[in-house]
Design a protein around this ligand. Structure first.
Ligand code: HEM
Length: 156
């Protein structure tokens, strides 16, 4: 089950990235084209947020009770989290970065419900989603990231 949950967590990254890029393109087009707000866009923003929140729950489980969870792992004598590249990444950098990104995705989706002009909705959502995308790209354990790197796709 543990492996399945990590695989699901890993796979969801692609779903979030695709939905986030679509959300960014649509909010940019809406903002620049001064378009009336479309319910279809709100739906895509909602799906982006839902997939991010599911990934968050799976991540919290990995962080607490996974293979390298803070409750299930005892660090070797003399090793401090912040001095160890692997544990600093999985216990601090990755969770903090991703939680921040998910907050931005939630704020972006929240613009759909805000009582502001359609142009402001699209503009602010665009900024929130773009910031989230940058943080996600910077904190995913991509295969080229040395000791913390993981495969492009689960099970590879
Ligand atoms: C948008 C949100 C997130 C994305 C896209 C994401 C992405 C990933 C990816 C691609 C991996 C590598 C999985 C593999 O081994 O193939 C991973 C691992 C991990 N993530 Fe996340 N993550 C997110 C949020 C979080 C959060 C919020 C936490 C903690 C609170 C978290 C904790 C972890 C942990 C502990 C691992 C290592 C699991 C293990 O190897 O046993 N993640 N994440």
């Amino acid at each position: 089950m543990q492996t399945g949950l990590v695989h699901l967590h890993s796979l969801l990254r692609w779903i979030i990235l695709v939905l986030l890029v679509v959300s960014i393109i649509k909010s940019f087009a809406g903002w620049q084209g001064k378009k009336a707000f479309r319910p279809g866009d709100a739906k895509i923003w909602l799906f982006t947020m839902i997939s991010a929140h599911i990934t968050l729950l799976l991540g919290l489980y990995q962080w607490l009770a996974g293979r390298f969870g803070i409750l299930t792992t005892s660090l070797p004598e003399g090793i401090s989290v912040m001095k160890d590249k692997f544990y600093r990444f999985y216990w601090v950098e990755h969770p903090v970065g991703m939680i921040l990104a998910i907050v931005f995705i939630t704020l972006g989706r929240g613009m759909a419900k805000k009582i502001v002009s359609d142009e402001t909705k699209y503009k602010k959502a665009f900024i929130f989603f773009l910031v989230a995308l940058i943080i996600i790209l910077a904190t995913v354990p991509w295969p080229f990231r040395g000791i913390v790197g993981r495969p492009w796709f689960p099970g590879m």
